[in-house]
Design a protein around this ligand. Structure first.
Ligand SMILES: NC(=O)C1=CN([C@@H]2O[C@H](COP(=O)(O)OP(=O)(O)OC[C@H]3O[C@@H](n4cnc5c(N)ncnc54)[C@H](OP(=O)(O)O)[C@@H]3O)[C@@H](O)[C@H]2O)[C@@H](O)CC1
Ligand SMILES: Nc1ncnc2c1ncn2[C@@H]1O[C@H](COP(=O)(O)OP(=O)(O)O)[C@@H](O)[C@H]1O
Ligand SMILES: [K+]
Length: 504
């Protein structure tokens, strides 16, 4: 698990470390600079004589890190120059102290440096203290760094990237790599910040969980196969691993049902039954013979049969879909995943009563997971799509509160949250997943995990992670251009290491 912090959280943890734990600010800065030096030495020590480093330093502590790095590299024999950007009169105390120390070292600090004469460019203009758009001399400096040749390293955050949202404020440094201090900032994994950051390295500078003082970060992500999947009892039978009911696919939309059913099986569900339009019977049974088939008339008895239910992929918004949704809400209290047109139906004027019922059921303890993409989210919350994209965590939270459930707000970086508690931000996946039917696969994955007895938030978080991971494996086989939703379903669990996983 990796924490993702905001600028404000990071500043608080800095403060706690200094004031409560008693580790002085200059020690933290020295460790930050040492980590950056190590990073560069790993790449350039063998060619030290030919390596010329130019550091652009602002007037805050990010600039202070840059000055400390300049000193360390110069002491180590590198050719180093510093370009000051801003008014040193306004610099922080730590910056001023670093500046004084730097005067004893062979570092060029005049303003005549030409970026194209250096083969390593370090951006130490702004870090978590960026407070407004980058303009004027700062924008010129960013532009000069960006057009320069050579390896580009950002300290803490690429200047111009908002640490909290990943948005570009004015203009931003385009880094090959970013070495970030203490904890990864949210903006380094969110778009477009993640593209500007390049490879992100997190350096331990002495600020750890001890510095939270009871206020841990509100967001986290998973980096690797460390998910908590349900244990698979060796003696289990198909009943042990759950009966999953999937209401999906109107006439002509059998594909959505097949994809979701396939994904539920691939994730480990024992039995999957699909309720779909009569016209889809043959194609469904050919497409996924492992699934049980039921017509919409058999929905009531199937609701009795099921352990968990998902409704939505490809159901359309016709009367039959509305009837099915009504039954699923009114005749069952079993764990429920709502996706696609089920969400659109709830957002319609005549879906409001049903939405209200779900809200009550959620409050009474029914497990409800909603998986809207930003379009569906905007309809449910009556907001614009740009608003939802911009405020995805907040919108996810609002949706979770509305249904007392779990919201999976899907985008290139999907957010998962409950009414309270942390936000999970997903970093697996790629542009190959922006392909029709990809969301249907996710519904099946979450359904499959729920069927095996996972709780709602774990099923949603791990489902989103595994779905993205499958997208990565599919892209290895077909490239991001060539991935189709069926490939994602087929790649599910392909590299899952049962021995390495944390069983639950
Ligand atoms: N605390 C610690 O112990 C540790 C901190 N560490 C390091 O400190 C960094 C945070 O330092 P920080 O808080 O001083 O903020 P920082 O990012 O340097 O920026 C503030 C400066 O930028 C200016 N400014 C902002 N926006 C601007 C704009 N658009 N255009 C122009 N100016 C703008 C702002 O000016 P002002 O708004 O005051 O006019 C101020 O001068 C952090 O990222 C990490 O690298 C590490 O060493 C680990 C230990
Ligand atoms: N660029 C991307 N990077 C990572 N994941 C993506 C990207 N684009 C789409 N996805 C994922 O693919 C899925 C698309 O779902 P959705 O929009 O519902 O598709 P559909 O309606 O076609 O099935 C979501 O889980 C989303 O997070
Ligand atoms: K920076």
């Amino acid at each position: 698990m990796r924490y993702l912090v905001t600028a404000q959280e990071m500043k608080q943890y800095d403060k706690n470390t200094i004031e409560y734990l008693g580790i002085p600010g200059p020690v933290l800065m020295e460790r930050a600079a040492l980590a950056a030096e190590d990073f560069l030495k790993e790449r350039f020590d063998a060619v030290k004589e030919r390596t010329k480093v130019l550091i652009f330093a602002g007037m805050g502590n990010n600039g202070g890190d840059g000055l400390a790095l300049a000193r360390l590299l110069a002491a180590d024999g590198y050719t180093v120059a510093v370009r000051l950007v801003g008014d040193p009169e306004k610099a922080t105390e730590q910056w001023k102290s670093q500046w004084q120390t730097l005067q004893h070292f062979p570092v060029k600090t005049d303003s005549n440096t030409q970026a194209d004469e250096y083969n390593v460019i370090v951006d130490a203009l702004f870090g978590v203290g960026l407070s407004r758009p980058v303009e004027g001399i700062y924008a010129e400096a960013v532009e000069e760094m960006n057009v320069a040749e050579g390896f580009k390293l950002a300290l803490d955050v690429p200047s111009g990237i908002c640490s909290d949202t990943g948005r570009v404020l004015g203009c931003a440094f385009l880094a090959d790599a970013t070495i970030t201090f203490g904890f990864c900032k949210r903006g380094l994994v969110m778009y477009p910040g993640t593209d500007y950051a390049g490879q992100v390295h997190i350096a331990n500078v002495g600020i750890g969980p001890e510095s939270f003082l009871g206020q841990s970060p509100e967001m986290y992500t998973y980096d690797s196969c460390e998910q908590h999947l349900p244990d698979r009892t060796s003696s289990g039978n198909k009943g042990t691993f759950g009966k999953a009911l999937l209401v999906a696919g109107s006439n002509g939309m059998a594909g959505a049902a097949i994809l979701a059913a396939r994904a539920a099986y691939r994730t480990g569900a024992g039995m999957v039954k699909v309720i779909t339009a009569e016209e889809n019977r043959q194609i469904l049974q050919q497409g996924i013979p492992e699934a049980l088939y039921g017509s919409c008339r058999q929905l009531s008895e199937s609701l009795e049969w099921a352990d968990v239910i998902a409704i939505g992929p490809g159901i359309g918004r016709e009367e039959q879909a509305r009837e099915c949704l009504k039954k699923v809400v009114e005749k069952s209290r079993k764990p429920l995943v709502l996706d696609a047109d089920a969400l659109n139906l709830l957002a319609e004027e005549n879906g409001k009563a049903l939405a209200e019922k779900l809200h009550t059921q959620g409050a009474e303890g029914r497990v409800i997971i909603l998986t809207p993409h930003v379009g569906e989210l905007s309809r449910l919350l009556a907001k614009t799509i740009p608003e939802c994209k911009k405020e995805l965590p907040e919108c996810g939270r609002e949706l979770a509160e509305r249904f007392h459930g779990v919201a999976v707000a899907k985008d290139a970086r999907t957010i998962v949250c409950k009414e309270q508690g942390e936000f999970y931000l997903n970093t697996t996946g790629n542009s190959g997943m922006a392909t029709a039917g990809s969301g249907d696969v996710l519904t099946g994955v979450i359904l499959g995990l729920l069927a095996q007895g996972m709780n709602a938030i774990d099923a949603a978080v791990n489902g989103v992670y595994l779905h993205g991971r499958a997208g990565e494996l599919a892209a290895k086989l077909h490239t991001e251009y060539g991935v189709m939703a069926g490939d994602i379903a087929d790649c599910l669990m392909k590299d899952y290491d049962e021995k390495e996983s944390v069983k639950k």
